[in-house]
Design a protein. Sequence first.
Length: 163
Amino acid sequence: YHTKETLGVDRLVNAAAACFLYGIQGKPVIVIDMGTATTIDYVNPQNEFLGGAIAPGLVSASKGLEINAPELPQIDLSSDVSAIGRTTDECIRSGVILGHAAMIKGMVDLMSAQSHETGPIVVLTGGLSEVVKESFSDRYIFDKNLTLKGLYHIYRINRHQTC
């Protein structure tokens, strides 16, 4: 990662946790954290954090639509959504929620193609991951407590070191 000083610690903690808990020898790991922003991070099969992507989160994207198109109704971010909306509200929910899920799947595919690695382990976390969970197959791992598990794992590794 070229600018280590700007890399969020949460991204490193999530990557470490995903590799430790779900990594398989010789497989890359992609970690998606769905909060204010949606971060999508790539760890190669040698457990090296290479980088990733940062996109607006579900709420950020929805609020941006509300601000820039105030005549559209505000939506609730529930997971019960159809790809083909039949009302304006349903159409917006489809675009925001399923569009976000499609973006995540597309980014996983693009990262896999760019790295020339297939079959990555994909772990989703963050408060908003539950909203899109129904849009993903069992191939995707959902762990809403990944960051806490990562902090615990890093603590266990470092607890006997002194400053």
